[in-house]
Ligand binder design. Sequence first.
Ligand code: KG4
Ligand code: ZN
Length: 362
Amino acid sequence: MTQTLTVLGVETSCDETAAAVVRLSSSGVEVLSSVVASQIDAHIPYGGVVPEIAARAHVEVVDTIIERALAEAGTGFADLSGIAATAGPGLVGGVMVGLSAAKAMAMARGLPLMAVNHLEGHAVSPRLEGAAPYPFLLLLVSGGHCQLLAVEEIGRYARLGSTIDDAAGEAFDKIAASLGLPYPGGPALERLAAGGDASRFPLPRALLGRRDCDFSFSGLKTAAARMAEGIENDADRRDLAASVQAAIARQLSERSERAMVLFAQTHAPAERLFVVAGGVAANGAVRAALQASATAHGFGFAAPPLKYCTDNAAMIALAGAERLAAGLVDGLDAAARPRWPLDEAAALANPVHKPGRKGAKA
Ligand code: KG4
Ligand code: ZN
């Protein structure tokens, strides 16, 4: 590409208010600033994210976070080529806060607006630092999502598999809660699992041997919760945490291996790159299992640094910059969407989740 594009990104779809400035040019991607304000403390007393509290907290800080991102990047509005914001999927009250702020700035400054799918942000996140050329196979594992996608280029995705019940991060969080760990449970469970015996508790292996690439964590969640009730000492808790972590890592790698076989049917060896993104990619055991799977199937392996694995606005700004470069610009009437599958055709043709009133879930 010949132009240099500098894009401000805004992310407010869950419990992080984030803003970032990213520059995309022929020499690559440069993150000029990435500010993330977590609201986690406001939600801890409730054991999960409360949508109304989240939306109000976004309103209170979004202006300050945007100002900080611009100041840290040393950019003013005059330096910007466009403004990107998450337009869904997510908690719609929060999404509207960031999207409205972005629309107001775009209108006031006459800048193009890019309404970005949060999942697309995660999909481009490995490109923020290090090389992840298109196409690649993506495992997106977060608190809200668990899916395998063939990412061909910006805006072009094919869904290979998705969870039929909980997301992997949700399973980590719920099982952690039954072990008495605080929210968010994933990192706490990983700490507890260190030194535990992962072979101690036999847990169900869902969907094993199925030909598709779907996931299921509800059986594991129920079995682990039942085992947690009978636990008597800290050594048992450590062993159960380690067993759960190993079971989740194993399912993620088994299903990913199936997707690698499918992806390899349509992509040459030089195009075989496996990328993992989303909050659960922060888990060491999960990363190690996935890396081993990739190597075994002749795929390269990439995972964004931890700060870009969890929710941030740099990934939204980069998705916006790549959209702008491709001429994919949105109008000021772009809607905030609680549900928004990346591969809309697959979601409609084969809804893993039954389409509800609002359409197929992501
Ligand atoms: O991507 P993310 O920040 O937010 C969503 O878009 O959902 O992911 C958050 C999820 C939470 O469920 C959290 O428990 C999980 O990622 N997570 C982890 C770890 N760090 C975050 N799960 C397991 N091990 C970790 N170290
Ligand atoms: Zn996310």
